[in-house]
Structure formats: structure tokens, C-alpha cells
Design a protein around this ligand. Structure first.
Ligand SMILES: Cc1cc2nc3c(=O)[nH]c(=O)nc-3n(C[C@H](O)[C@H](O)[C@H](O)COP(=O)(O)OP(=O)(O)OC[C@H]3O[C@@H](n4cnc5c(N)ncnc54)[C@H](O)[C@@H]3O)c2cc1C
Length: 847
């Protein structure tokens, strides 16, 4: 009531003013409606063109996080050892090996190599239930092993928590699980067969070729393809779940007293709760003779559910979500003491973790192995790093492992506790760089605690950190040089960390540029203020550029003496909206732009629609009538309009439109252009129309300029890019002035500084002449680059370029404007290809 009363006291505007306000309001509303109508009609008149792509035989290999896609030349799916051997023998390399592809940093792929995907190489070769031994093909998933042995009352002895992984993948990372009294999977392996680089198949065990056995297990495919695997099995027993919550500081004593000495404890782990990391929830599964309360012997394969997705969403939605997990969700989930089969508890499927989308953010694992004595040193350090960087952790799970039997890359040279960090991160370049920073801090903390970090995750460690954590890598690399002298077997991990024969990691080349920049390069780039640019805005700058192209087309139209009345005003408005629609769709999942960007684009789009709509209306009516009176080459005013339009189009390529001096254009219309001459009617019609247009825009531009100047800081006019294969002579050969090397980085990556806009485009087009020698790694911290250009309608998109949108050029519908998205590493190849394909590049977006 109070507000109602106070409203009554406000004096109403006097009647005259009210009438004026109403008129102005209606006028603005009508203009807005007019703009919307022009926009809708324009959008319909500028339909998208379907562009056919040139054949591309390459394959994009992705892993579970989606952060490390790698384009490979070919993926082969052998079914037999013979097929694997013949593939290896006949391929010169590089070859990578893929199991389930759940490692999280490109460990199964190398750019332009051959991937041997082993998922079709599966099945049980032999099962001896009495001796409790099984031999399987390495592409077999644990689930298939469990299905084969469960009827015999047997269980896998050591495997990961989830049964989705392949046996070969588990051996190659030397995986571990939640088993008590066990440790790395190597402890349960009797023998393997290994396909070596020349295609020879050898058997390896602790007594036969032990160097190959201990090199290949935990060797991430460095020595060859593990073909068949013979494993020890255990009995499938009934287990009962018990749990307790305690302070992290008390955990070691609890484990020593209650868990380790109890031979009936089969599984055990303890989840530390973020964000405090002070409390842990210990869960154990203890062998029992009680009848099962869960009759199913194994869990279903598909465990994806909205319930799981919701729980992970809640946990990662801030401090409140984490509180809800600790105090509501977990107490509910861990009610009672169910009794299940061991195989039931060992048959979780990773689908239970899968979010609805990993485009914008993704869930990732990391793992740190700490000798038991060092827990009091490592844990506070880890807690401090995770808190300081506000890591969005789901939990840190503690597990125990006994010592490794002697693999070269052992992560448990002695008894260790594993700290498994499961967290959520954004997928854009800036977020990835930030994750790299705190991960290197955690790696340093664990190394200084005498421990190691796990290698199937993001490869962000420096080479020095890798060498200190894995001193046995020298033995592995020496062996690799003997059995794989041409270095056929590699992947992102080895592309980064494997040294050459002289012990040095070789300089990077364009042909063999790894999929990931080394940690050393990242550290150097982190030190450059403003190096990283937000990815989000990249796509949505294109609609604004569409307006630049329209202004250029208009200037060319007038300069060619074509009548303004024939210009396709409405369709030109439509291309703006077409571009906006396509770039919004392309970017909304991965890097959505903020609300402000959409408001800005909406305002620009509608005001352009109003301007072009009014111009179109005028030119096709009054303007067209006046054109009848124009001399053949137009009036001096027509030529002046063309000159101003050209100057305007040139300026907006590099500056804001409001920086154009329309006032200057207006003054010179009256001072420089003769008042009298042929076609007097057209002359004065043009003079009055142009005066109206320039005058209105002069006022509007001044207002916008004042507003923009107050709101924005001026943009920097240079960008940094990182390239491989650079030599300073290339600058002179290909793009004389524009490219400047500002630093040599690790492995001789070069940091180049490039002017923006047209100079950026010309520099990269120049550099594409040397596409076979030089390769772009990233632009301003980002690995996707967008390109626009025009091409004849029959143009085909080059391999490795994604067409974001294409639409007919309004002034010449036999041509189309195309927006391509390209990975930075393919940029120069795509630009080199465009010449053959007749793409005229307008713009390479430079963030
Ligand atoms: C949700 C989730 C949970 C996880 N939980 C655990 C866990 O509890 N314990 C644990 O230790 N790890 C865990 N990991 C890590 C996981 O164990 C490893 O990534 C494992 O290697 C995945 O198996 P994969 O079949 O997907 O192997 P891939 O990722 O396909 O391959 C891993 C490595 O092994 C190599 N490789 C694969 N097969 C062969 C072969 N036949 N011969 C030679 N080299 C080969 C590949 O080249 C690659 O370098 C987890 C990962 C995820 C995503």
C-alpha cells in the first residue's frame, strides 16, 4: 500500500509533454517493429548454403574428457594377433595403440599417425578354473573377463574401480584398484605376448624376456602392442560394506590399526571431502559368510542415469553442493551394511559418471602416489594448493598399494597411498592453462614428498618433473631404442617426454609437432601478461564482420557506378542474422558468450535493419525516380558518395564505425562538390539525402563514441602465436614485415608477434606458403581459429576445416561467404589448400 500511496503523490507530466512522450514512444516502437520485420524478411532471403567437403580420410581420436582430440591419419581395428603383427610390420610409423581410450591426455594417439584400436581384439583365449588363471586378448574389457569367470566363482584379482577399461590399457598404465593387500596390476600378471616394431611376436614374463615384461607393463605402448595377457584370478566371495567418518589426520593410524592387518578386507578406500579437505569417509568391503542382500552377481553395463548426473552437478555447484553431499547425500547412500558379491562391487561402469555434455566443462581425474611416511607432509600441501586454486573437486579418494614387482615406470616403488582427485574444469584455453598451473604445483609437492604422479592423465608436467618422478624411464627409453630403433611406437605422452638418443628431447618440427605444448612452453607463456585471450567472443565477432563485408560490398557497388536503388539492402541485413544464428549455435555449448554480447549484437542488428530498411525504402522510391535524371556516369554527388563509402569501409576494417568522421564528410559534400552541374534534379536529391544521412550519423556516432570511449579500453593491436618449425629466414621469405619472433621457447617453439586484422591475415597467408615447414600451435592461448572468405558456390571445403556457416553473397549470389573453424595446427594447411580451392580469405580471426 505504501508504494501505491506514494505513487499518487508523484505529479503527472503536463498534458502536452505526455502527448509528446506518447508520440515519441510510438515512433520508436514503430521503428523497432520495422527493424524486426526487415530482419525476418532478410533472414529468409539469405538462406544457408550447404557446402560439400573434399574427401578426408583422417580420423579424429578423442578420449573421455574431450580435452585432447587428435587427428590421426588412420585408425585400424585388427581382430587377431596376426593382423596386429602385419599392421605393425607394414607401417613405417608413427603408431599409437588404443584400448578403451579412457586415459585423459592423448596417450592413445599421435597427430597424423596410425592408431591400432584394439577394441575388436577381444575374447578369452584360455581359462583354467582349477589353477585360477585366464588368458585373454588385450582388447578385452574387464566386464567380459568377469562374465567369463563369474560362473566359475572367480574374480579378477586386481583391476580398476570400473570394469569398462581394456585389459591391455590397464596393463599399459599398470592400473590399480581398491584392493587391500594388492597394488599395481603387474602383481597379477603371469605373462604377456608382445608385438614388437618389426612385427615379431615375443612372449614375456618375469622369467622370459623380463626386461620386455617390466618395460611393457606400465610402458604406455612404448615398446609394442601387448597382444595376449595371462592373469591370476581370485575367488568371488561375499563382501559386506562398512563405513566410518574420521579426520584426515587420523586416517593413517586408522588404516594401520583396522584395515591393513585384516585379511578379510577386500576393497577399501576413503573419500576426503572438499572444500575443507579435513574429513574423510572410509568405506570397506569385508569378506563375510552372511547371505547376500543384493542377489545380482554383477551390475548392469549401462549405469547412466539422471540421478547420478544430478548428484555430480549438485556436488560441483559450489560450497553448498559439497555440504549437501557430505551431510545429506552420502549419509543416505551409505545407509545399512549391504552384502554383495565381490564381482558385483567390481562391476561399476564409467557410464555412471558421464555428464549430459562435456562441451563447456568436463570431469577429470588426477592421481598422486605418496610413500606412507610422507602423508603428513603431502596432505597439508595438497590441501593448501587445492584450496588456493579453488579447485572444483568432487572428492580426493585415498587408496593403498603394496610395492610394485619391478616395472620400469613403477609408481609404487615402495608401499604407497594413492590420492585420486576427481574434479570438474572448464574446457576453454584459459581454464586448461590454469589447471596446468596447479597440477604442476601438486606434482612438485608429491615429488618433494618422495612420491610420483600418475601418467594416464593430462600431460602437463615439465620434463624435469617427469624425469624426477620416474627415474626408471631412462631404462625404458634405452630398451626402446634397442627394440624400436625407428621410434615407431609413440603417443602424446612420449611425443612430449621421450628424449632422443643423445638424451635430449629433440627440437620440435612442423611434421612431428606434438598434440600438446610442453609444460616448459606453458610456463613461459603464462609469464606473458595478456597472452591468453578468451575463446568465447571469437565466433560471435563474425556477425559484426559481416557488416564490414556489407559496407565493402556497398562501396564497391557505388564505385562501379551501379544504381543505389538496386543494392540488396534487406538481404544484406539477413546475412548479419544468418551469421549470428550460426555462430551462436556453434559456440553456445563450448564457450557461450555473455548476455552483454547478445544485447550488443541485438542492438547492432536491429539498428542496421532500421538503417538499411529505410535506405532501401528511400532508394527504391524517391532515389530511383531521381536516378532517371542522372547523367550516364552519375552526378558528382554520386561519385562523392562512393568515395565516402570506400573510406568508411576501409576504416571499419580496423576501427569502430563511430570513429568515422561523418561531420567531415558532410562539410566536404558542401565545400568540395560543385553545386551546379549535369543532372540537377539528381544532384540536389543526392545532396539533400546524403546531408540527411551524414548529419544523422554524425550525431549518432558522436553519442556512441562517447559511450564506447567511457565503457571500453582501447584494444591492443598485436597478437601472439606459437609456431613449430620456425626459422628467422622464413619471415623474409613469406611475410616480410608482419611477423616478428619475440622469443625462442622450449624445444625451439617460436613465439611470434603479429599485428591484428588485415596484417594478421596477410602474415598467415604468407606463412601458409611454407605450410610444409612451419605449423601453428596456438593463437593467443587458443587452439581453434576461424576464417571467413568468399568462394564460388561450387567450392568444396578443404579437409580438416569445419564449415560453421555459408550463405550467398547478396550482391553476387553465384558466390558464397563461408565461415570456417580450423584447429590451429591445421590452419596453414587449410590456408594453403584454399588457393587451389579459390577461397578468397577476408579475415582470419585473431581473438
Ligand atoms: C572414470 C575413470 C576411472 C578410472 N579409475 C581408475 C582406477 O581406479 N585405477 C587406475 O589405475 N586407473 C583408473 N583410471 C585410469 C585408467 O585406468 C587408465 O586410463 C586405463 O588405461 C584405461 O584403460 P583403457 O583401456 O581405456 O586404456 P587406453 O586409455 O586406451 O590406453 C592407455 C595407455 O595404454 C596403451 N595401451 C592400451 N592398450 C595397449 C596394448 N594392448 N598394448 C600396448 N599399449 C596399450 C595406450 O597406448 C595408452 O598409452 C580411470 C579412468 C577413468 C576415466
Amino acid at each position: 500500500m505504501a508504494w501505491f500511496r506514494s505513487r499518487k503523490k508523484v505529479a503527472a507530466p503536463p498534458g502536452k509533454l505526455r502527448r509528446w512522450l506518447r508520440v515519441i514512444g510510438r515512433g520508436l516502437g514503430a521503428l523497432l517493429l520495422f527493424g524486426v520485420v526487415v530482419s525476418v524478411v532478410g533472414f529468409c532471403r539469405a538462406p544457408a548454403v550447404a557446402v560439400i567437403a573434399l574427401p578426408d580420410s583422417s580420423s579424429r581420436v578423442t578420449e573421455v574428457t574431450g580435452l585432447y582430440p587428435v587427428t590421426m591419419d588412420r585408425v585400424a581395428t585388427p581382430r587377431t594377433v596376426r593382423e596386429i603383427a602385419s599392421l605393425v610390420a607394414s607401417s613405417p610409423g608413427p603408431i599409437s595403440i588404443g584400448g578403451g581410450r579412457y586415459s585423459m591426455g592423448g596417450q592413445t594417439a599421435t597427430p597424423d599417425g596410425l592408431q591400432i584400436d584394439l577394441r575388436n581384439f577381444h575374447g578369452v583365449v584360455a581359462l583354467d578354473t582349477a589353477a585360477r588363471i585366464i588368458t585373454v586378448h588385450s582388447g578385452t574389457r574387464w566386464r567380459e573377463v568377469q562374465q567369463a569367470i563369474d560362473p566359475a566363482g572367480l574374480s579378477v584379482k586386481i583391476m580398476q574401480t570400473y570394469n569398462t577399461f581394456t585389459v591391455g590399457g590397464a596393463l599399459s598404465v599398470n592400473a590399480h584398484g581398491r584392493y587391500i593387500g594388492q597394488g599395481p596390476v603387474a602383481r597379477s600378471v603371469r605373462a604377456i605376448t608382445l608385438v614388437l616394431a618389426e612385427g615379431r611376436v615375443v612372449r614375456a614374463s618375469p622369467t622370459e624376456h623380463p626386461e620386455l615384461f617390466y618395460g611393457a607393463i606400465g610402458g604406455y605402448g612404448a615398446l609394442g602392442v601387448i597382444a595376449d595377457v595371462t592373469l591370476d584370478l581370485a575367488s568371488d566371495v561375499r563382501v559386506q560394506r562398512v563405513d566410518t567418518t574420521l579426520a584426515v589426520a587420523d586416517y593413517l593410524a586408522y588404516f594401520r590399526r583396522r584395515i591393513q592387518p585384516d585379511s578379510n578386507v577386500i576393497f577399501h578406500n576413503s573419500d576426503i571431502y572438499p572444500p575443507a579437505y579435513e574429513t574423510t569417509h572410509a568405506v570397506s568391503y569385508i569378506r563375510t559368510d552372511l547371505p547376500v542382500t543384493v542377489p545380482e552377481r554383477m551390475q548392469p553395463a549401462d549405469q547412466a542415469s539422471w540421478g547420478h548426473r544430478l548428484v555430480y552437478r549438485v556436488i560441483t555447484s559450489g560450497t553448498i553442493g559439497k555440504w549437501i553431499r557430505q551431510h545429506i547425500i552420502d549419509p543416505l547412500m551409505f545407509r545399512g551394511h549391504p552384502v554383495t558379491w565381490r564381482n558385483y562391487e567390481a562391476s561399476y561402469d564409467v557410464s555412471e559418471l558421464e555428464p549430459a555434455s562435456r562441451a563447456r566443462s568436463t570431469y577429470v581425474l588426477q592421481e598422486y602416489f605418496v610413500p606412507s611416511d610422507s602423508l603428513p607432509v603431502f596432505v597439508p600441501r595438497m590441501r593448501e594448493i587445492l584450496r588456493r586454486h579453488h579447485v572444483n573437486a568432487v572428492n580426493v579418494s585415498i587408496r593403498h598399494a603394496n610395492a610394485d614387482p619391478g616395472t620400469d615406470l613403477a609408481w609404487a616403488p615402495t608401499e604407497v597411498f594413492a590420492f585420486v582427485l576427481y574434479y570438474k574444469q572448464r574446457t576453454d584455453g584459459a581454464a586448461r592453462a590454469e589447471v596446468g598451473r596447479w597440477t604442476r604445483e601438486l606434482i612438485e609437492a608429491v615429488i618433494q614428498s618422495g612420491g610420483r604422479y600418475y601418467l594416464p592423465y593430462q600431460p602437463v608436467a615439465t620434463r624435469d618433473q617427469f624425469a624426477r618422478a620416474y627415474p626408471g624411464s631412462a631404462v625404458l627409453f634405452a630398451l626402446k631404442r634397442q627394440v624400436d630403433p625407428t621410434n615407431k611406437f609413440t603417443n602424446t605422452l612420449w611425443d612430449i617426454y621421450e628424449p632422443g638418443p643423445d638424451g635430449r628431447v629433440p627440437d620440435v618440427s612442423a611434421a612431428r609437432m606434438p598434440a600438446v605444448l610442453p609444460g616448459e612452453v606453458r610456463i613461459a607463456l603464462d609469464a606473458i601478461p595478456g597472452y591468453e585471450r578468451e575463446e568465447g567472443a571469437e565466433f560471435l565477432t563474425h556477425p559484426e564482420w559481416d557488416l564490414v563485408y556489407t559496407s565493402e560490398a556497398y562501396a564497391r557497388w557505388l564505385s562501379a557506378g551501379r544504381p543505389p536503388s538496386d543494392f540488396p539492402y534487406v538481404t544484406s541485413v539477413g546475412t548479419f542474422w544468418r551469421s549470428y544464428y550460426a555462430t551462436w549455435r556453434a559456440s553456445r555449448d563450448r564457450s557461450p558468450a555473455g548476455f552483454g554480447t547478445h544485447v550488443m549484437l541485438g542492438v547492432i542488428g536491429i539498428s542496421t535493419a532500421i538503417e538499411y530498411g529505410l535506405k532501401g525504402l528511400y532508394e527504391t522510391t524517391v532515389g530511383r525516380l531521381a536516378e532517371a535524371n542522372a547523367p550516364i556516369d552519375g552526378t558528382a554527388e554520386d561519385r562523392y558518395a562512393a568515395k565516402v563509402a570506400t573510406e568508411y569501409a576501409q576504416l571499419i576494417n580496423e576501427k569502430g564505425w563511430y570513429e568515422f568522421s561523418f561531420a567531415h564528410a558532410l562539410v566536404h559534400l558542401w565545400t568540395d562538390v560543385p553545386l551546379f552541374g549535369p543532372g540537377m534534379l539528381r544532384k540536389w536529391e543526392r545532396r539533400l539525402w546524403l546531408s540527411t544521412e551524414y548529419g544523422f550519423k554524425a550525431v549518432y556516432a558522436t553519442l556512441i563514441g562517447l559511450g564506447t570511449g567511457a565503457a571500453y579500453t582501447p584494444d591492443e593491436l598485436q597478437r601472439d602465436i606459437v609456431v613449430a618449425g620456425w626459422s628467422d629466414s622464413l619471415a623474409a621469405d613469406t611475410a616480410p614485415v608482419q611477423l616478428r619472433r619475440v622469443a625462442w621457447l622450449d624445444r625451439r617453439y617460436a613465439l611470434l608477434r603479429v599485428p591484428r586484422y588485415a596484417a594478421f591475415r596477410d602474415a598467415l597467408l604468407g606463412l601458409s606458403q611454407a605450410a610444409s615447414r612451419v605449423r601453428v600451435a596456438e593463437v593467443s592461448g587458443n587452439d581453434v581459429v576461424t576464417i571467413t572468405g568468399t568462394a564460388p558456390r561450387e567450392w568444396r571445403a578443404p579437409p580438416r576445416a569445419t564449415v560453421v556457416t555459408a550463405y550467398a553473397v547478396p550482391t553476387d549470389p553465384t558466390w558464397m561467404r563461408v565461415l570456417l573453424a580450423v584447429n590451429a595446427r591445421d590452419l596453414l594447411d587449410v590456408l594453403a589448400e584454399k588457393t587451389r580451392g579459390r577461397l578468397v580469405v577476408d579475415h582470419i580471426y585473431d581473438y
